[in-house]
Ligand binder design. Structure first.
Ligand code: SIN
Length: 337
């Protein structure tokens, strides 16, 4: 059964009105090139910081001719409408979480959501920089997107108004999830009820009791002020959260070769830098969280982790067909090295 989807209804008409007419580059209108890049998290997160750095590098290297306007915190678009905004040309670039590509026809991206698949970021890196990761980026052209690279946030943890250390503690909890069937199934396997919600609406939903808990890396938990509305955070480290930076194909094709090269190089450098600081950003967020108190932080004992892993193991079988057995086999082989 699909998880209830409480996301905002997007208005395609409103987006279409914002879109630039085909063939008219933003460059011509502004006497330079202005690139609009929208995302849903705060500036002080691995993604927020890496994209700001990208904007700065582009500004410097193009001597101000190319401007990347970064709109954080769902200021322009949220989860429910950002992909449509990109496809219609209302924005030029996005950096959605990998989980959010299934909504536009890429269920194989949900392999990154599989619980307890990756032991650490090095394994993730091996997958993303290898054949599988590159094939996934290339496949985005099916929806007229240019896949430009991957960016880490980190590993997710479970929060609620109770500790979530073993499946029995998940029972009956309404857990906010991204629109990923793998994540929804993971929550069901634990005995919880998944509720699909926009990231930008999650804190309020937690505060008002629409949902009881959620999962996120600590940097997102902290910068959204979720610690003010969740009394417990259990460091489950159960699955990975990362992003793909994408551009709209038509916009990309309008750029000159030198411009594309400048953007690719600046982005690549920013992603490498972002991946290097992601762990530290999450560690700092955790330290800040511990310092302000309020939310109790629980470590997971090996036996508890084992219970969570065993409970969620059937997700692989249940969703293997949706992800694609060949993708699943490839990722498992790549993880093992
Ligand atoms: C993000 O990090 O971009 C948001 C993740 C989420 O929706 O939980």
């Amino acid at each position: 059964m699909p998880a209830p989807d409480l996301t905002r209804r997007h208005s395609l008409h409103a987006l279409a009105a914002l879109a630039w007419p085909a063939g008219v580059a933003r460059a011509q209108a502004a006497g330079g090139i202005t690139i609009r890049l929208s995302h849903v998290v705060a500036r002080q997160t691995p993604k927020g910081l890496a994209l700001e750095r990208f904007a700065q590098l582009v500004h410097t290297r193009s001597a101000g001719r190319i401007r990347v306007e970064v709109y954080p915190n769902s200021a322009l678009y949220g989860d429910a409408d950002e992909m449509q905004a990109l496809q219609l040309g209302a924005v030029d670039m996005l950096a959605p979480s990998l989980s959010k590509f299934s909504r536009i026809g890429f269920p194989e991206f949900e392999l990154f959501d599989l619980p307890f698949l990756f032991a650490d970021q090095e394994q993730v890196r091996r997958v993303q920089s290898g054949t599988l990761g590159q094939q996934l980026l290339a496949a985005l052209s099916r929806q007229r997107l240019v896949g430009l690279g991957y960016l880490d946030n980190g590993f997710k943890h479970m929060s609620a108004n109770r500790p979530l250390r073993v499946p029995a503690e998940f029972r009956g909890q309404r857990m906010r999830v991204q629109a990923s069937r793998v994540i929804a199934q993971q929550m069901r396997a634990l005995g919880a009820q998944p509720v699909v919600l926009d990231f930008g609406e999650t804190r309020r939903a937690l505060a008002t009791g629409v949902v009881d808990g959620t999962e996120n890396p600590v940097s997102n938990f902290w910068t959204q002020g979720m610690h003010e509305v969740q009394t417990h955070l259990t460091l489950t480290h159960h699955a990975y959260l990362g992003y793909a930076v994408v551009a709209q194909e038509r916009f990309w094709a309008q750029l000159g070769v030198a411009e594309r090269q400048l953007l690719v190089q600046a982005l690549h450098q920013s992603l490498v830098w972002g991946n290097a600081i992601a762990r530290q950003e999450n560690a700092q967020a955790l330290a800040a969280l511990r310092e302000v108190g309020g939310t109790q932080v629980h470590d997971l004992a090996p036996a508890q982790r084992q219970q969570l892993q065993a409970a969620t193991a059937p997700v692989y079988q249940a969703l293997g067909q949706r992800i694609g057995p060949h993708w699943l086999a490839q990722v498992q082989a790549a993880v093992q090295g």
